[in-house]
Ligand binder design. Structure first.
Ligand code: E4P
Length: 218
């Protein structure tokens, strides 16, 4: 499973990259705003900084909601750097734009996916990635992980190459559950990734090893 970090925070991206397990970055307009990145020039400069920090795919989301606007914005984003993946919302014009980009060989991430039918449409339009938001489904008492299973089944039934990118991952167990269900990618915060490191027996075991070494090497 690929690990993407879901943030526009350069320190968090650098820390995940330094761990050696990072495969890419996802951003969205809210995450950019959270870091105080506003204005087209600053947003573009920030995407370039992220691409310089990591080796993998970097999802950059369009703001337009009409086909022509998405195509114009998406082409400009894709031209910024070979690592950029154009992120499009799952609306009718987003699906049309996805097909347009896929025919041109430009990679896409179809976002704001909350149902298996939406994921099926994204795959038929040739999306590189589809982003089901599991945390936001959990937030409204709906089983977000079940959506991953349903999309996995549908994609496997027909051999769709679109990669399932589990998004809105909020915590460490989401990552483990997505891995069990065969999600191709997960995107989550640094805290969820670092949570995978933790086990009290690792900490106590290491403390014991070091204490025993000290006893024998005074
Ligand atoms: C996906 O690409 C989104 O950026 C993200 O995962 C949304 O997560 P949230 O529901 O925690 O905002």
């Amino acid at each position: 499973m690929k690990f993407f970090i879901d943030t526009a925070n350069l320190n968090d991206i650098a820390e995940a990259q330094a761990l050696g397990v990072l495969d890419g970055v996802t951003t969205n307009p809210s995450l950019m705003a959270k870091e105080g990145i506003t204005g087209t020039d600053n947003i573009i400069a920030h995407y370039k900084k992220i691409c310089d920090l990591v080796e993998g795919d970097v999802s950059a989301e369009v703001i337009s909601t009409d086909f022509e606007g998405m195509v114009k914005e998406g082409e400009a984003l894709a031209a910024l750097h070979p690592q950029i993946v154009v992120k499009l919302p799952l609306i009718a014009d987003g699906i049309k734009a996805c097909k347009y980009f896929s025919d041109k060989g430009i990679r896409t991430n179809v976002t704001l996916v909350f149902s298996p039918g939406q994921a099926l449409l994204a795959a038929k339009a040739g999306a590189t990635y589809v982003s089901p938001f599991i945390g936001r489904l959990d937030d409204i008492s709906t089983d977000g992980l079940n959506l991953i299973s349903e999309i996995r089944l549908i994609y496997d039934n027909y051999g769709f190459q679109t990669q399932i990118l589990a998004a809105s991952v909020r915590h460490t167990m989401h990552i483990i559950d997505c891995a069990k269900l065969g999600s191709d990618v997960m995107t989550g915060p640094l805290s969820a990734i670092k949570g995978l490191l933790k086990h009290p027996l690792t900490d106590s075991g290491l403390a014991q090893f070091l204490a025993d070494y000290q006893k024998g090497n005074k």
